[in-house]
Design a protein around this ligand. Structure first.
Ligand code: FEO
Length: 405
């Protein structure tokens, strides 16, 4: 019953749109949903590249059956084992009992671990080729983009790279799946949100993968989430190169926590100082209101970060404390930092923020501004000066880490 979109000769899109989930991985808000992409190659032999979350299994199987008709499914290629892509393996076996599960040694061990499946598997090695007839699949092991078993599959005749999570984006695919046929604009920010929160910790493995793939002439990229890249291949690869080298665009993110508005007021003055010094892109987040995944996205995008926190129970304000931990976990590199805060009877926040920036090995402004109780003239001036200092440091900051490979 389904008329699947043919991406290029003999290769069909059989993925699913998820408009039900509120938060991806129960963490990341996805108001525009997400797609789980899967691709079916029909040749002398047939192969499915990746599956979808099992809750969408009925429609998924229907799409495959609509395309295959009386043909059987010979192979399922598993580029990535996270359950949003491997979740339908057992279901597939119910409909296609002889389908051979193709993956590397780590994949197959996870297929057993997650689903208890050990039979009819094919272990492939790096650079090995599987022939389907006209279509040839070559496998590229790309560990830690996003899990240890991740790999990519390149179809050498149509030159389509099935890239797993790499180059993925949030947002459903509405009516068409290829970038040149859809409004691509919203996908740039959702690519940044996806990269920073999902793949962001693994800058070095991403750089290694990019280097490995650089020998390929790629005409399409079929990621597991978001658009099929065709027109914007150079742009999406450039973005991944920049993100994985922790390159920040010119701009500053100010994040603050505030109970009664004293630290919040300081954030406004620091922003004024940045503007006086010529910074145009200034983003201010209230850590208690903005979702932390959006803040993390912006910290990935821009080279400056200024954090403000009151002292709370002799510690950092909890929402700021939690955000800093998330930044540490992702190992974001090479940012210009500043800090400010307020307290009522004993100031601790600045000490904690100083320890944080030392741990991160970022460049920090000399000046930290900490006010006792309400904001007064001398600290008002210091907030302006903090903005000036961070702006000046950014001008002289070499923010590109060298290519790691
Ligand atoms: Fe979309 Fe790492 O799974």
């Amino acid at each position: 019953m389904f008329k699947n979109q043919e991406i290029t000769e003999g290769i069909y899109y059989v993925g699913i749109n998820d408009r039900q989930k509120h938060k991806f991985e129960n963490m990341i808000p996805i108001p525009d949903g997400v797609s789980y992409n899967a691709y079916l190659i029909v040749d002398e032999k047939t192969a499915l590249v990746d599956t979808v979350e099992v809750q969408f299994g009925d429609v998924f199987i229907n799409k495959i059956q609509s395309q295959l008709g009386d043909k059987t499914l010979d192979y399922v290629i598993i580029n990535h084992m996270e359950p949003d892509h491997s979740g339908s393996i057992r279901l597939l076996r119910q409909y296609y009992p002889d389908v051979i599960i193709v993956g590397n040694s780590k994949t197959l061990s996870m297929v057993e671990g997650f689903y208890g499946v050990t039979d009819k598997t094919l272990e492939i090695k790096d650079a090995e080729i599987l022939s389907l007839g006209i279509h040839q699949l070559q496998f590229y092991l790309t560990p830690m983009v996003h899990w240890p078993e991740t790999m990519m599959t390149f179809e050498t005749t149509q030159k389509i790279l099935f890239s797993g999570d790499a180059f993925g984006a949030f947002g459903t695919l509405n009516g068409n799946v290829i970038d040149e046929n859809i409004d691509i604009e919203p996908f740039w920010d959702s690519t940044a949100l996806y990269y920073s929160n999902i793949v962001g910790k693994y800058g070095n493995p991403v750089q290694k993968a990019l280097s490995k793939l650089s020998v390929l002439e790629i005409k399409y990229i079929g990621s597991t989430h978001g658009p099929v890249w065709k027109k914007y291949i150079t742009e999406i690869i450039d973005k991944y190169d920049q993100y994985s080298r922790y390159h920040g665009e010119d701009g500053v993110v100010i994040v603050y926590g505030s109970m009664y508005g004293n630290t919040e007021l300081m954030a406004e003055i620091v922003a004024q100082g940045l503007s006086e010094a010529g910074v145009q892109k200034i983003i201010i987040h209230n850590a208690s209101k903005s979702d932390s995944t959006i803040i993390i996205r912006d910290i990935f995008k821009y080279k400056g970060l200024i954090v403000g926190s009151p002292t709370y129970c002799n510690e950092l304000y909890p929402d700021i404390d939690s955000l800093l931990r998330k930044i540490e976990i992702r190992g974001i590199k090479n940012r210009v930092f500043g800090s400010f805060g307020s307290y009522t009877w004993a100031g601790v926040a600045i000490k904690r923020l100083t320890t944080f920036v030392e741990t991160m090995k970022w460049t920090s402004a000399e000046l930290n501004v900490e006010e006792k109780q309400g904001l007064k003239k001398d600290k008002y001036e210091e907030c302006l000066e903090l903005g000036h200092q961070v702006a000046e440091l950014m001008k002289n900051h070499v923010d590109d880490l060298p290519h790691c490979v």
